[in-house]
Design a protein around this ligand. Sequence first.
Ligand code: PMT
Length: 220
Amino acid sequence: SIRQELAGKKIIITAGPTYEKIDPVRFIGNYSSGKMGFALAEECAARGAEVTLIAGPVSLKAYHSSICRIDVESAREMYDVALREYPGADAAIMCAAVADYAPDHCSDIKIKRSGDDIVLRLQPNPDIAAALGKIKRQNQVLAGFALETDNEEEHARLKMKRKNLDFIVLNSLKDAGAGFRCDTNKVTILTRDGEKIPFEVKPKKEVASDIISVLSGYMK
Ligand code: PMT
């Protein structure tokens, strides 16, 4: 049975990778497929929420009629939409794999091949989760993800603190069946109150349900 416990709530989800343009045909990106973020969006909508899904370049479809999808390409574009939408929302979950750096300029023409080395100069992108953490009000919830490869819990807790998140969903590339592209994930939820909730490997749809049940507890 579908619970409508999030009826009347507006929730923002970011999903997928960002592409940072190098020239008209090339970009810096990452392996995110959007599956985890889209599963979160469907789960929130199934529980009655109005969802704004801010999606990087992915080849997925959103199905539920309560999902309003906004497609973006770069971290800068995702930042602008997220900052515009968050003041009107009750919660946001930052599931996108945002590029931390972008080329300092995009060439107007395709960069030609030559025998020489070329240098790409990168500059830091804005941290979207941290920016929302700065403007977060008392009655708003903010959750993030941490994708780690080493010292997982320590890094995740530091990110939660630095970005002013209520909880963070840790997934590790050390775990089989976790992270990018696959249909499953293995997560541990860490809360700002020091709680630690580990879960088994399971389909991303079920992982989404576990995460939204925790989110729901913050929204009563
Ligand atoms: O899309 P899938 O193929 O299903 O894969 C799912 C996933 C692995 C992408 C997902 O589960 C996940 O871990 N998403 C976060 C990936 C990430 O970029 O993690 P991070 O540890 O680098 O970032 C920490 C948090 O800050 C994240 O909530 C991220 O969205 C946010 N962030 C990071 C950088 C930035 N410039 N702005 C941000 O908002």
